[in-house]
Design a protein around this ligand. Structure first.
Ligand code: NAP
Length: 200
C-alpha cells in the first residue's frame, strides 16, 4: 500500500507514528507539508516530503486529506486537478462527502491521536463500502488501532463528539477540578496523583 498524506500536522503525525510502529516501511509514505518544523520531523522518520506535483507523477492507493477544515476544499480541488479519480481518505471534521470534487472517491474517517500508540479508534464511512479503496482505508486504520464502520455518514458527527473531541471535554473538566483543588489548598502546589489520592 502506498499512501500520500496531504498535511503532516497533529493527526497525520499520530497516524504515521502508528503506521511506522506497525512495521509499515517509511518508503510506503509520502507527505505534502509546508511547515518547516513538521517537515523536519517527517524527514527524521525517513518519510519523503514532496510537493503537490508528486500526485500526478506517482500512483497512491490512498491520498489522506489531513489539513484543517478551512483548507480542505482548496486542497481537495488541487488533488482533483492533479490526480482526478483518485481515492481520497479524509480525516477532516465537519465536511460531508457531497462537498468534495465529484470525480474522486471520498472515504470519510474520524481517527484520534491514540493512533500514535496503535490504540486509536477510527470511524469510517464511504458510499461504496465494497470498493478496494475502502478496504485499504480499513486496513490502514486497523494497523493503528480499532475501526468502526458507520452505516450512515451522519453517524460520523456523533462519533466525532464522543471519541474525537469527547476526551478533551473530560480533560477540561478534570483541569477545572484540579484548579479548584489547588485553590482550596491555598495555592500550595501538589502533584496531580497526590491530589487525586487525597480526594478519593
Ligand atoms: N488533531 C486531532 O486530534 C484530529 C482528530 C481527528 C480529525 N482531525 C482533523 O484533521 C485535520 C487536521 O488537523 P490537525 O490537528 O492535524 O491540523 P494541523 O496540525 O494544523 O495539521 C495540518 C497541517 O497541514 C498543513 N497544510 C495546510 N494546507 C497545506 C497545503 N496547501 N500544503 C501543505 N501543507 C498544508 C498545515 O500547515 P500550516 O500550519 O502552515 O497551515 C499543517 O501543518 C482537521 O481537519 C481536523 O478536523 C484532527
Amino acid at each position: 500500500m502506498k499512501i500520500c498524506f496531504v498535511g503532516g500536522g497533529n493527526i497525520a503525525q499520530a497516524i504515521i507514528d502508528g503506521l511506522l510502529k506497525s512495521q509499515l516501511p517509511p518508503e510506503a509514505i509520502v507527505c505534502i507539508e509546508r511547515n518547516q518544523e513538521k517537515i523536519d520531523l517527517l524527514k527524521s522518520q525517513k518519510i519523503t516530503v514532496a510537493s503537490f506535483e508528486c500526485l500526478s507523477e506517482d500512483i497512491f492507493d490512498l491520498i489522506v486529506l489531513a489539513v484543517k477544515p478551512k483548507d480542505a476544499l482548496v486542497v481537495a480541488q488541487k488533488i482533483e486537478d492533479l490526480a482526478p479519480h483518485s481515492n481520497i481518505l479524509t480525516v477532516v471534521a465537519g465536511i460531508g462527502i457531497s462537498k468534495y470534487p465529484t470525480s474522486a472517491s471520498i472515504i470519510r474517517s474520524m481517527p484520534n491521536t491514540a493512533s500514535a500508540y496503535n490504540k486509536g479508534i477510527t470511524a469510517l464511512y464511504a458510499e461504496d463500502q465494497e470498493a478496494p479503496a475502502f478496504k485499504n482505508a480499513c486496513d490502514l486504520f486497523e494497523r493503528v488501532g480499532h475501526i468502526m464502520v458507520m452505516e450512515n455518514e451522519d453517524d460520523i458527527h456523533a462519533f466525532t463528539s464522543i471519541i474525537g473531541s469527547g476526551q478533551a471535554f473530560l480533560f477540561q473538566v478534570l483541569n477545572i477540578y484540579l484548579e479548584e483543588l489547588k485553590a482550596i489548598n491555598k495555592g500550595r502546589v501538589m502533584s496531580m496523583p497526590s491530589i487525586f489520592f487525597k480526594t478519593l
